[in-house]
Design a binder for this molecule. Sequence first.
Ligand SMILES: [Zn+2]
Length: 79
Amino acid sequence: MQKVRLVHAWCWYCESCGRENFENSIELTLDEALSNGTIDQDTFDEFSEVTDSAIPVMIGAPDVVKCKHCGDSFDIEMD
Ligand SMILES: [Zn+2]
């Protein structure tokens, strides 16, 4: 049997049509997170001691999503 890779995803419900949507998570390595300002140097140093900095370890969310059913777009609100 062939294998597939499961990836983290975000689920959200459209405020316009009420339907379910999924968005792929944004995977970042520590190197990428440091270079784009997601984490600071102290955090990078702390996590680099316990993991390979080139392996994706952080899960991010998109800033804006668009409903695949009705086409309306929304900013993201995190709980
Ligand atoms: Zn919608």
